[in-house]
Design a binder for this molecule. Structure first.
Ligand code: FES
Length: 649
C-alpha cells in the first residue's frame, strides 16, 4: 500500500506530505521548528498545550498545527507576527509557575521548555505573586524521579503508559493551577519501560535516577550503536564521558524500536560494565598475563595444533557478532574441529524451512499490513519488550486483532481478541499445529492477513515437524516470524554449516572421549560438573565476561566483551543487519573479542589481519541476503528530536 502524497505550502515553500499527516509533523520533517509539548509522534495528538499554533489560510483563528491534517492546496504559515505573539503568550502562561531553576535542573542543556523560552519567550516575568509550589524529588520507581513543580501537564507520560504499556501508573488530579501528576495509590511504577519517561518529558519533571547529575549533555560524546540485550537489536546512542558510559537513549528506527527502549536494555550498562569484569587474560596459575597478544596467541595456537585431528571444539554463545562467528568457522575448518552453538538443531531446521518457503514475514511491512497477529508461546514484556509497545500502538489504533496462544501470562489480557490455552509441553504444541492444519481453529476463520510470531522456546525436536508442516500447508496470507532468544542467534543460524552442532550434544561428545581441547566462549551452565570434564582435557580455554563465570582449572582465561565494547554486526530476529560500534573499553587493549579471535584465527590459518569491513564482506559474500558492504547496512541517524534541537549541538 503506497501512501497518497499531497502538496501544501509551508511558509511560502511548496512541500509534499502523506495525506492524513498532521501539519506539525510535516513541518518538523521539513526542518521547520514549531514549539510543542503535548504532541509526540509515537504517542499521538492531544491538542492541549496550545503551543504549536500556526496560521492556516482560510481559517479565522490560529490553529494548533498538531490538530490540522494536511490536504491538497493547504497554505500554512508558522512564523507570522501573529503566530509569534500568540506563542509568546502561551509561553508566558507555561512559565508563570514553572521554577526558574535551569542551572540546577538535570534537564538543562537538552530541555525543550528551556529552548522554546529562549526562542520565543520573554526574558522577564510579569508574575508578581508567589509561585505555586508542588512536591519535588519524589522517587516513583527504581529508575525515575518525579519533580511535580516542573511538570507542564503535557500528558505525554500518562498517555504513553496508558496506551503503549497498558498501565495507568501515572495520572492527573485536581484542577487549575494545582493540577498535578501523581502516582495512583502511591505504588511505584513497575512497567518495564519507565526509562522512556525522561525521554518524552519535555521538562525536568521526570528524570533518570541513574543519570541525574552525572554529567551535562555537552560534556558527553555519543556513539551510534545497538542494544544487545535481546534479538531485536534496538538502535541506541550511548553517551560517554572519558570512556564511562553514562546513559543509553534510543535512536528512532521505524523498522526496529520506533522511539523506544525497554528498561532491561537501557539500564543494562551497570550490569555489563561494572562488577567483577575479567579485564586481563590469565594462565593456569591464575596470574594476569602481561605479555603481548601475539605471544599469547602463538602459545595458544601451538597447544591447539598439538591436539589430535578433530578433537578440538569450540562452544560459543549467541552474543558473538557475525564477524566473530565467521572467525570461529575458519578456526574449526583449519583444525578439522567442530562448532557447538546455543540454538538447537530443531530450531535450525525450522528456520531453514521458513527461509526456503516464501512465508517469512518481512518486518515491519507484513506486520503493518496484517489484520490479525498471533503471538505464540512468548511473553513479550520479558523476552522482546519493545515489540510489545509496537503491538499495543497498533491495537490502540485498531489496526489489528491480537490472539495469544500459550500458557501463563502472555500479557495483552486487556486488549487481545482471544486466547488459546496451550501448555508448554511439546505434545500440546504439536497438537495445536495439527489442529491448525485440520482447519478446526474457528478463532482465525475470519483472518485474511495473518502475522504469526512464534517463540523459539516452542521449537523442539518433538514440535519441529508440526511447525514446518504448517508453514507448507497454511492458507494464503499467513506470514511467520521466529522470536529468537539470544542477541545474535539469527546470525549464528545463518552461518550454520556441516561442522555446526547444537551445544546440547556437546556433553555426550565429551563423555565419549571425543574432545581433547575446547575453547569455551561464555559462561558454563553447570560449572562444577563441567570442571570435572575439563580436568581430563589437554586444553581448556574459557572466554568469560566476569570472574564469577570463570570455571576453575581452566588453562586459559580470556576476557570476553559485552555488546557495549563490541564492533561489528548482529542480525536481528527479523533478519535486519544491525551495526555495533564500540562505546568503551573495559578489556585490556588488543584482547577485545574480535581482535583476539581474529588474531588466533590468523595464527592458525596463516592469513593476514583484516579490517572490520573486510571481515564483514567475507560474511556477506556467503549470505546473499546480507548487504554487500558494511556501509550499505541501513540505519537511522535520527535521534530523539529534542536532543537534536538542543542549543549546544
Ligand atoms: Fe499541538 Fe500541544 S502540540 S497543542
Amino acid at each position: 500500500m503506497t501512501e497518497k502524497m499531497v502538496k501544501l505550502t509551508l511558509n511560502g515553500r511548496e512541500v509534499q506530505a502523506p495525506e492524513g499527516e498532521n501539519v506539525l509533523q510535516v513541518a518538523l520533517n521539513e526542518g521547520i521548528d514549531i514549539p510543542h509539548f503535548c504532541y509526540h509522534p509515537g504517542i499521538g495528538v492531544e491538542g492541549s498545550c496550545r503551543l504549536c499554533l500556526v496560521e492556516v489560510e482560510g481559517l479565522r483563528n490560529l490553529q494548533p498545527s498538531c490538530n490540522v491534517v494536511v490536504k491538497e492546496g493547504l497554505v500554512v504559515r508558522t512564523n507570522t507576527p501573529e503566530v509569534e505573539e500568540a506563542r509568546r503568550g502561551v509561553m508566558e502562561f507555561f512559565l508563570l509557575n514553572h521554577p526558574l531553576d535551569c542551572p540546577i535542573c538535570d534537564k538543562g542543556g537538552e530541555c525543550p521548555l528551556q529552548n522554546f523560552a529562549l526562542d520565543s519567550g520573554q526574558s522577564n516575568s510579569r508574575m508578581e505573586f508567589e509561585k505555586v509550589h508542588k512536591d519535588k524529588h519524589q522517587v516513583i520507581s527504581d529508575h525515575i524521579m518525579l519533580d511535580k513543580e516542573r511538570c507542564v501537564l503535557c500528558n505525554r507520560c500518562v498517555r504513553f503508559l496508558r496506551n503503549l504499556t497498558g498501565r495507568e501508573e501515572l495520572q492527573f488530579r485536581n484542577r487549575g493551577v494545582v493540577t498535578e501528576i501523581f502516582v495512583p495509590e502511591g505504588k511505584p511504577l513497575t512497567n518495564g519501560f519507565t526509562g522512556n519517561l525522561p525521554d518524552i518529558c519535555p521538562v525536568g519533571a521526570l528524570t533518570s535516577r541513574e543519570f541525574r547529575f552525572q554529567a551535562r549533555p555537552w560534556e558527553l560524546k555519543t556513539v551510534d550503536t545497538i542494544c544487545g540485550e535481546c534479538s531485536l537489536g534496538c538502535s541506541v546512542q550511548t553517551w560517554t564521558k572519558k570512556l564511562n558510559v553514562l546513559r543509553m537513549t534510543p535512536r528512532v528506527e521505524g523498522g526496529v524500536n520506533e522511539w523506544w527502549l525497554c528498561d532491561r536494555g537501557r539500564f543494562s550498562i551497570k550490569k555489563n560494565l561494572k562488577g567483577n569484569r575479567l579485564t586481563e587474560p590469565r594462565r593456569t596459575s591464575g596470574e594476569s598475563y602481561t605479555g603481548s597478544l601475539e605471544e599469547y596467541v602463538e602459545t595458544l595456537k601451538e597447544e591447539i595444533q598439538k591436539l589430535s585431528d578433530g578433537s578440538f571444539v569450540i562452544a560459543a554463545d549467541s552474543t558473538l557478532t557475525n564477524e566473530e562467528i565467521y572467525a570461529l568457522h575458519q578456526m574449526v575448518d583449519v583444525t578439522s574441529g567442530r562448532l557447538f552453538v546455543q540454538p538447537k538443531e530443531a530450531l535450525h531446521q525450522v528456520y531453514a524451512s521458513l527461509k526456503a518457503s516464501d512465508r517469512e514475514a518481512h518486518f515491519p511491512k507484513d506486520l503493518d499490513h496484517a489484520d490479525t497477529v498471533i503471538l505464540a508461546g512468548e511473553n513479550l514484556e520479558k523476552d522482546h519488550p519493545v515489540l510489545l509497545l509496537r503491538l499495543r500502538r497498533m491495537l490502540a489504533a485498531k489496526q489489528i486483532d491480537l490472539f495469544t496462544v500459550g500458557s501463563g501470562s502472555l500479557g495483552f489480557e486487556d486488549v487481545r481478541k482471544g486466547h488459546i490455552e496451550v501448555s508448554d509441553s511439546p505434545a500440546d504444541i504439536q497438537k495445536f499445529f495439527k489442529k491448525l492444519q485440520s482447519k478446526s481453529h474457528e478463532a482465525f476463520s475470519e483472518a485474511r492477513k495473518v502475522h504469526m510470531l512464534i517463540s523459539d522456546q516452542w521449537v523442539s525436536s518433538e514440535t519441529e515437524s508440526g511447525i514446518r508442516n504448517w508453514f507448507k500447508s497454511c492458507p494464503e496470507g499467513w506470514k511467520f516470524s521466529l522470536l529468537l532468544s539470544g542477541a545474535n542467534t539469527r546470525g549464528m543460524l545463518d552461518q550454520w554449516d556441516d561442522k555446526t552442532f547444537s551445544d546440547t550434544l556437546l556433553e555426550k561428545e565429551i563423555q565419549q572421549g571425543r574432545v581433547d581441547g575446547i575453547l569455551w566462549i561464555g559462561s558454563v551452565n553447570e560449572p562444577e560438573k563441567y570442571a570435572e570434564y575439563f580436568k581430563g582435557m589437554k586444553l581448556f580455554a574459557q572466554m568469560a565476561t566476569e570472574d564469577e563465570n570463570c570455571v576453575e582449572g581452566a588453562h586459559w582465561h580470556i576476557p570476553l566483551d559485552t555488546f557495549l565494547e563490541k564492533k561489528g554486526t548482529y542480525t536481528n530476529t527479523f533478519g535486519r543487519l544491525r551495526r555495533l560500534r564500540r562505546s568503551t573499553r573495559v578489556v585490556r587493549k588488543g584482547f577485545q573479542t574480535l581482535e583476539f579471535l581474529s588474531a588466533l584465527t590468523n595464527a592458525l590459518t596463516g592469513n593476514k589481519k583484516l579490517e572490520l569491513s573486510q571481515m564483514y564482506e567475507n560474511v556477506s559474500n556467503q549470505l546473499p541476503l546480507y548487504p554487500k558492504r558494511l556501509e550499505e547496512i541501513p540505519e537511522s541517524k535520527e535521534t530523539y528530536a529534542y536532543l537534536e534541537r538542543a542549543q549546544w549541538r
